[in-house]
Design a protein around this ligand. Sequence first.
Ligand code: MN
Ligand code: MN
Length: 304
Amino acid sequence: MSRETEDVKSRARAAFLGLAIGDALGAPAEFMTSGEIGHKYGVLKELVGGGWLRLKPGQVTDDTDMALCLGRALVTSGGWSLKGIADNFAAWLKSRPIDVGDTCRRGIRNYMLHGTLETPANEWDAGNGAVMRMLPAALFTLGDEARMTECVVAQAHITHNHPLSDAACICFGRLIHLALLGHAKSRLRREVDGLIVRHENFRFDPYRGLATGYVVDTMQTVFHYFFRSRSFEECLVTTVNQGGDADTTGAIAGALAGAYYGEQEIPKRWLKKLDRKIGDEVPRLAERLVMMSPSRSERRELSR
Ligand code: MN
Ligand code: MN
């Protein structure tokens, strides 16, 4: 196994762990303002649990659950399977999860009732529910941008069909790919600048300080704190302390920061607190997905 492959696998593990940790860290602050968080926690920087969902410390929410549904479907199917993903979403919804976004619930229910794998375009679908769960699709398509674009948009459309959600998913997929391959922040920043040329809404400088479930606010928050941060921990702490949809901004920022800063940068105290089952499954799943990706076969050919 080449050192290069080991590095990509390690970054993939860190990305999925980062998603789960960001979710667990931010969830206690979900729907709070930054002022309310300051009043209650000072700076929220531990996996304390609680919040409106009354979570155990280290417990994750729908963001991680749905990403797991997606990733497991690809491993079980041995390849891309939109139906496999939708079936896992349906089984998850039937299991009465602690929280589900309205748009996600509606899309999954439509699949359960009518077998619909693509929800019609809808001006209300610009929530962050499609981008929050798509990391496994990005890991699985490493090495093939066109395939990544197809896959992340297809999984999005099970529940969300809106150009801004699609654009966020594609840009986030590219950022994950660049970070997994060890590119510098300046290169990632160019990718986001390209997104802003196409969709001005995503401009995040000056930062407006909104972290709602609207995908534009969510991505502005993630971009703002990711590009300012100098470590995994700083990125996640500053992101979730903005409040709003803090578990989801935390999950997205966590995935990106994990891929970018790498596994060794994740604070041990967070790894210890993270739900044990999640902490066991997520890195193994990330590794399998990246080993299924096109980058693997190319790499093998290159080394021959
Ligand atoms: Mn959540
Ligand atoms: Mn959320």
